[in-house]
Each structure stands twice: as structure tokens, then as C-alpha cells.
Design a protein around this ligand. Structure first.
Ligand code: GTP
Length: 308
């Protein structure tokens, strides 16, 4: 499961294991990095912000380490009930962590932006008492000569355990990052089998992939009003999955269904193809849409979705 790239050389070093929480603003590339570290798709990746809602644990195992990675919803000013809960989940996951991986998108940092970002980050970093590794993501988008000054400036923000430029997309720098994280873990046992990439269930991953397709295919705000519930999941080949997409209003339902049902068919086809790839078998996917008014403010529904 673990590629050459991800394995540190075997040595007489003690076995280290522990929890690393990935924190960062929306859209900086947390899910992409998690997938890169695990060499497969378990977290959904979309160009829209705030698509990660629940904590997802990825398990990276090497010859003498095991890192349990928690991907968290992006940190951001929370207005609605669902957003407040997402931020709460992100901050709560810090309590369990041995170390924090703070991810930023350094490609957007011209000077002015850096100053305002510094103020924003200072607020989050103050709350973190665990060692923090700062990963400067999307380094592929900036000229190399800009990297060193940015790294120096970052070190003035917080006593980071280390500052590592990476490209979550290409994998550049990811092995260095992994090695830095391992040094921060306590000595400990291997908690999970080495070939297990995540503790997320197949149901959960299927629901996340459907949600990813909605985010990729539907414009504007509609995806933020959707949730996916797996009604049934029959093992076997093909796996038969029945899922309901919840929306808040009839008009949103119309957009999801599309003209003559074309949009829903596209969502279904592309989700089924990805789920089949992850499950490594054929998939028959059935989708329904249900209008559930104001579900994003409804505590009972949020609890069902694991967002409380
Ligand atoms: N060029 C480049 N793009 C990247 C890199 N990492 C992520 N991206 C892109 O940035 C966008 C957001 O990535 P995600 O991984 O969904 O970001 P996230 O932080 O998980 O987002 P939220 O779910 O909103 O918290 C996607 O379009 C990615 O392809 C990188 O290293 N380089």
C-alpha cells in the first residue's frame, strides 16, 4: 500500500505512532495532500471551498512509523449552523493530536495578502499548544526564488517545528514533510494493519464521492445546501448502492435533476465510476433527491450526518 516514496529508510529507530491533525483554511489543498500521502482517493477534492465536512482519518504506515491523519473542515468565519459545527469539529480534533500539520496555500501570497493572512493565522495558532509543522502548499505555482523569503517570513509567525514547501498535487516535498511529522510522534505501537489506508467505511466514502460530483458539476451555492445519505449498500459485485441527496428547496431539486434528468444522470454516472474504482468492483448506483427544508439548521439531521 505504501509506496517507495512514502517509506522512510528502515533503521534501528524506535517505532513511532500518533495522531496528526491537518488544519488550514478552506481550499488550501488538505484533501489533495491526504490523498497524496495515502496514494489513493479517500478525501474529496473540489475547486470550491468548504467541501470537507467531517473528520476523515487516513493511515500512513512506514517501516518504523504509523501516522493517523485527521483531515478537518476548513477553518473559516462561521455564520450558519452547519459552518459553526464544521469549525467546532476542526478545533475539537486538536485535543487528540500529537502534532498539527498547518497547511497554507503560498501561491496567493503577495505582500499585502501575507500581512492580512498573518493576522488571521495568529488567531488559530494561539489556540494550538501541540507542535506545528507548517506546509507551504501549491509551491508549484510560484517561482522558486520567492520561496525562501516566504519561508523566512513564516518563521516569524509562530515557533513552528518546521516549515516545509510542498506540492500536494505533484507530491513534491511530501516525503520531507512526512519525515518531519514522524520526528514529532511519540514512541508507540502500530495501531492498524499496514495495508489499511483509512478508518472511513465504504458507505462514507461513497457518500463523499457523490457529494464531490455535485460540487464539481453544479454551479454556485446549491452544493452547499446538499447532503448525501446512503440508504442501502449491498456488498457484492456489482455493489448496489441507493443514496438520497437532500436539498433545502424545490428549485435546488430542479437544478440537480437538470433538463430531462440529464444532470442527475451525469452525477450518477461519474460518481459510480469513481466509487467502482475505490471499491475495486462494479457498482450500480441509484440516486434520489429529497427536499428537506432548512436541513442545514436542523440539529437532528446534522446529528444523523455526524456533524454534531
Ligand atoms: N497547483 C496546485 N493545486 C493544488 C495543490 N493542492 C491542491 N490543489 C488544488 O486546490 C483545490 C482545492 O484542493 P482541496 O484538496 O479540495 O482543498 P481543501 O483544503 O481540502 O478544501 P476544503 O475541503 O474546502 O477544506 C483543488 O482544485 C486542488 O486540485 C497543489 O499543490 N498545487
Amino acid at each position: 500500500m505504501i509506496s517507495e516514496k512514502n517509506s522512510l529508510s528502515a533503521s534501528s529507530a524506535p517505532y513511532r505512532s500518533g495522531v496528526v491533525t491537518i488544519l488550514g483554511a478552506p481550499n488550501v489543498g488538505k484533501s489533495t495532500l491526504l490523498n497524496q500521502l495515502l496514494q489513493q482517493k479517500i478525501a474529496i477534492v473540489t475547486p470550491k471551498a468548504q467541501t470537507t465536512r467531517n473528520r476523515i482519518m487516513g493511515i500512513v504506515t512506514g517501516p518504523d512509523f504509523q501516522i493517523l491523519l485527521l483531515d478537518t473542515p476548513g477553518l473559516h468565519a462561521a455564520k450558519e449552523e452547519i459552518n459553526r459545527r464544521m469549525v467546532k469539529i476542526a478545533l475539537a480534533s486538536l485535543a487528540d493530536a500529537d502534532a498539527v500539520l498547518f497547511l497554507v496555500d503560498c501561491s496567493v501570497w503577495n505582500h499585502d495578502k501575507r500581512i492580512s493572512k498573518a493576522e488571521e493565522y495568529a488567531g488559530y495558532l494561539k489556540k494550538i499548544t501541540k507542535p506545528v509543522v507548517l506546509a507551504l502548499n501549491k509551491q508549484d505555482l510560484i517561482p522558486q526564488q520567492q520561496l525562501l523569503p516566504i519561508m523566512d517570513w513564516c518563521r516569524t509567525l509562530h515557533p513552528f517545528a518546521s516549515v516545509v514547501p510542498v506540492s500536494a498535487l505533484s507530491g513534491q516535498g511530501v516525503d520531507v514533510l512526512l519525515a518531519e511529522l514522524v520526528t514529532l510522534l511519540p514512541e508507540g505501537p502500530q495501531y492498524y494493519p499496514e495495508d489499511l489506508p483509512t478508518d472511513a467505511t465504504e458507505r462514507f466514502i461513497a457518500a463523499e464521492i457523490i457529494r464531490e460530483k455535485i460540487f464539481l458539476l453544479i454551479r454556485k451555492e446549491v452544493p452547499y445546501s446538499t447532503a448525501v445519505v446512503i440508504d442501502s449498500f449491498e456488498e457484492g459485485d456489482p455493489a448496489v448502492i441507493r443514496a438520497t441527496i437532500m436539498v433545502e428547496r424545490d428549485s435546488q431539486k430542479g437544478i440537480l435533476v437538470g433538463q430531462k434528468g440529464k444532470m442527475l444522470a451525469t452525477i450518477r454516472q461519474s460518481a459510480a465510476a469513481d466509487i467502482a474504482q475505490v471499491l475495486d468492483r462494479r457498482v450500480r448506483l441509484h440516486l434520489w433527491i429529497k427536499v428537506s427544508k432548512d436541513w442545514t439548521e436542523n440539529t437532528a439531521i446534522l446529528r444523523d450526518l455526524g456533524l454534531v
